[in-house]
Design a protein around this ligand. Structure first.
Ligand code: NCD
Length: 353
């Protein structure tokens, strides 16, 4: 067991913990000023190895509104990372300056790897195409405030489901709430990874995979649109892949009480004309990110829920996922979780066939 309440994956926590953060985010949204001294004297570090607008700034705003202060970088080229410093050393040092650290990194499993050497709690702000748990908290707060519930919803997830880390975290978490159904809408090349579908199924939720957005729209309580993650195509082109665009005209197919979410940035998946429709909640969703991250920082700093992050060490097994952090940071112990007769990498969740 590690010493800190690291938030690497919401799956590491009981559903009550997730509900508590969402509930507290809703209270903070109404009474923000009452929380203005909660983190007085505390320092939050933001280590962003990848571009970000909302996640980084909403964490920074959250800490400032809690009365805390900030350190960090948003371009590794201006830190010692550019000189070849490994993740372990950067983490070790920054965690001796800060009380809590938020990390975004293009390498899958990097936040968990950082947790191994950190002397403060780590929050995963996106690890490559793997997970983005704090976006999920933002999404949950938006859904809760719009629908009043997180259960018994039909959820359409559309776009790049293969590399879209927000969709992975969201579906893992929403499948823990009873009665939710999923419709995965994507081009075949960008379909939801098997390990996420397996988790959704194991949590007892139904899902279907379809190609047509129009066919899905009338059934949905929520549509979650995402952009194509071009930067994760590793030299390949996305030119031949069909793109989805939600147009104003298509809104007539949606229920009046349905909501439209998007983690942003939008490229062209949602026509600008959709923004004025009351069902479009994506700008509100970005705003709620501050409140739910305030709730998360308060909770994590209490350090009441250290979770087990690592399971069985197998030094002889090399993770099959070429994008896994263990392929880059060679000093890391090779650690796996056993489910049935299969092993899954503890860092990136890749199955080891
Ligand atoms: C998302 C991300 O970085 O994964 N953005 C965000 O944090 N709100 C979505 C994306 O980049 O497409």
């Amino acid at each position: 067991m590690n010493k800190f309440t690291h938030l690497i994956d919401l799956d590491d926590f009981p559903i009550e913990y997730i509900k508590k953060i969402v509930k507290s985010g809703a209270d903070i949204a109404l009474n923000t000023d009452e929380y203005s001294e909660c983190c007085k004297g505390k320092v939050l570090a933001t280590l962003f190895y990848e571009p970000s607008t909302r996640t980084q700034m909403s964490f920074q705003t959250a800490m400032l509104r809690l009365g805390g202060t900030l350190i960090g970088f948003d371009n590794p080229e201006t830190s010692s990372v550019a000189k070849g410093e490994n993740l372990k050393d950067t983490t070790k040092v920054v965690s001796s300056y800060a009380d809590i650290m938020v990390m975004r990194n293009p390498v899958e499993g990097s936040a968990k790897a950082a947790a191994l050497s950190s002397d403060c709690p780590i929050i995963n702000a996106g690890d490559g195409g793997h997970l983005h748990p704090t976006q999920t908290l933002t999404d949950l707060l938006t859904i809760k405030l719009a629908h009043g519930q997180l259960e018994n919803l039909t959820i359409g997830v559309c776009g790049d489901l293969k590399y879209g880390r927000t969709t992975h975290s969201l579906c893992k978490t929403l499948s823990k709430f009873s009665g939710n159904k999923f419709i995965f809408i994507s081009a075949p090349e960008l379909s939801m990874p098997d390990y996420i579908k397996d988790i959704v199924k194991a949590n007892g939720c139904e899902f279907e995979e379809i190609y047509s957005l129009e066919d899905a729209l009338p059934k949905l309580d929520m549509l979650y649109m995402t952009r194509i993650q071009r930067e994760r195509f590793a030299g390949k082109s996305d030119a031949a892949i069909d793109k989805y665009i939600l147009t104003k005209d298509m809104l007539r197919l949606m229920r009046p009480d349905a909501i439209i979410l998007h983690p942003l940035p939008r490229v062209d998946e949602i026509e600008i004309a959709v923004d004025d429709d009351p069902r479009a909640k994506y700008f509100l969703q970005a705003k709620y990110g501050v409140y739910v991250r305030m709730a998360l920082i308060i909770e994590v700093l209490k350090n009441e829920n250290p979770v087990k992050l690592f399971h069985e060490e197998h030094s002889d097994i090399i993770c099959k996922n070429e994008k896994c952090v263990t392929r880059k940071e060679k000093y890391l112990p090779h650690s796996f979780r056993r489910k049935g007769d299969m092993l899954f990498c503890d860092y990136c969740e890749a199955a080891q066939p």
